[in-house]
Design a protein around this ligand. Structure first.
Ligand code: TYD
Ligand code: MG
Length: 455
């Protein structure tokens, strides 16, 4: 078979050029051409394509819609983010910082699948077989029957998959895999994209479930192209502070289940253990309330979780800093403007730092009210009352908007012993919740007033 030719594809417009150019000849974008393999059986050979019979078309109603069979991995928290387990022919991309626990979790999952009679393969490109074996001993997986292949050549990996026909294969990591067909270095955008595409095709053709491990760049995106995320069925991200033992695995895309579902794990001496009741782990333990701290209830997937938001407002220099960890920085600037305009709280000449405790990342706007209350609390040097929490989105006009599924959030906080809340008016329950005093507000100034009265 003749070796496939390489050509260059524009990542913006998809236009093809036979050689590398600085500027795409089709859309004139700069630096967008990426090396790729030209399919040899394409255009030139198929001159009679137009005469081919049409493909068969069916109506949706006639297709038997059998739900995908899922195989649970045996790790409940992982199954939750996967939407119940692994799916035949499904391709999962799992990303995260180095050392956060990707290899550990996948090795544990493979081992329990293997013990349940599945045929599993772990392809390691980063570590030697001995290193993987060492890790499995450390994890207490004695006499593990997981098959290991230390290989980075795509063609060899594909041939092994074809010959072995495993039920699930983990490729750790996609950045180390390279194809002979391309001249670019392993880990380059072209290689990563091409290899992932081949592996995805192999998964669909043979029904093996493939898990690709991907590294995350300093900017927080999966190294290599975002295009990987489009190719695969499920994208999971590991989050969390490497300094704390808690790890979150978040589904940001899932063709077989809900997105934004999270799994919570704790890193122990013997690997990652699922945490089935994560609600209270993101609260720091203050004996007495301290200024600059406000607890909120965030909804991660289907689970409400209590998270402490901390703020520090300190006199700044001529150009004061605004810094946020785990929360959106632009949103912080917006909230400070709303605070000034609608509640008369000025932080113009102050440095403002906010942090979501425990390394969680909160993307939902329901954190707004808690962020504002933490900031004012720090500015005044007055703590919020004991057992206090708040949630709600704040708009530019100073209105407080409801958060989705408010009742669940309130009930979760009440369950954990919280007693006072400031929440959006439409989230206030019709029936009182035992042990909980709820202050319903429509505007930020109202929320500030209530807190001032309470403290
Ligand atoms: P690892 O799975 O190698 O991370 P990744 O594949 O995402 O780069 O995780 C390695 C870290 O986890 C390392 O810092 C040591 C720690 N660890 C434990 O705390 N307990 C364990 O049982 C194992 C295997 C690792
Ligand atoms: Mg690893």
């Amino acid at each position: 078979m003749a070796k496939d030719k390489t050509n260059y594809v524009c990542s913006d417009c998809g236009g093809i050029s036979p050689k590398w150019l600085g500027k795409c000849p089709h859309c004139n974008a700069w630096n967008t051409l990426i090396e790729s393999v030209a399919e040899s059986a394409s255009t030139t050979k198929n001159r009679f394509a137009a005469l081919a019979k049409t493909a068969e078309v069916t109506t949706l109603g006639d297709i038997d819609a059998v739900d995908m069979a899922r195989t649970p991995t045996g790790h409940e928290e992982l199954d939750r983010v996967l939407g119940g387990g692994i799916v035949e022919g499904g391709v999962v991309l799992i990303g995260g910082d180095p050392g956060i626990g990707k290899s550990t979790l996948l090795l544990q999952a493979l081992d329990s699948l293997q013990r349940n009679g599945k045929n599993t393969l772990y392809v390691t490109g980063e570590e030697s077989g001995a290193q993987v074996a060492l890790r499995s001993r450390r994890l207490g997986l004695d006499n593990s029957q997981v098959k290991v292949l230390a290989e980075i050549g795509l063609e060899k990996i594909l041939a092994t998959l074809h010959a072995m026909q495993p039920d699930i294969a983990v490729i750790d990591s996609i950045q180390t895999v390279y194809s002979d067909q391309l001249t670019s270095a392993p880990g380059s955008v072209a290689q990563v994209r091409e290899c992932a595409a081949h592996l995805t095709r192999a998964a669909k053709a043979s029904g093996v479930c493939i898990v690709l491990v991907g590294h995350v760049t300093k900017e927080g995106t999966l190294a290599g192209p975002r295009v990987l995320e489009h190719m695969v069925d499920t994208v999971l991200y590991f989050e969390g502070d490497t300094h704390s033992s808690f790890r979150l695995v978040r589904a940001i895309k899932n063709r077989f289940g809900a997105v934004n579902e999270i799994g919570v794990f704790a890193m122990t001496e013997k690997g990652l253990k699922g945490v089935s009741n994560p609600s209270a782990i993101f609260l720091s333990q203050h004996a007495e309330p301290v200024p600059g701290s406000c607890v909120m209830v965030t909804l991660e997937g289907t689970r409400p979780m209590l998270v402490e938001i901390q703020a520090l407002v300190d006199s700044g220099g001529p150009s004061p800093r605004r810094l946020s960890v785990g929360l959106d920085k632009d949103r912080l600037a917006m909230l400070l403007a709303v605070l000034h305009r609608h509640a008369g709280v000025a932080c113009m000449d102050q440095d403002v730092f906010v942090n979501a405790v425990g390394g969680v990342r909160i993307s939902e706007p329901a954190a707004d009210l808690a962020v504002m209350l933490a900031i004012t609390s720090s500015l005044r040097g007055k703590p919020l009352p004991k057992g206090f929490f708040a949630f709600g989105e704040v708009g530019l006009a100073g209105e407080v908007r409801p958060a989705p599924r408010g009742q669940e959030r309130l009930r979760e906080a009440a369950k954990l012993g919280f007693t006072v809340a400031v929440v959006p008016k439409s989230n206030a329950p019709k029936k009182a919740i035992e042990g909980l005093t709820i202050h319903a507000v429509e505007r930020v100034e109202q929320a500030m007033g209530i807190v001032r009265e309470l403290g």
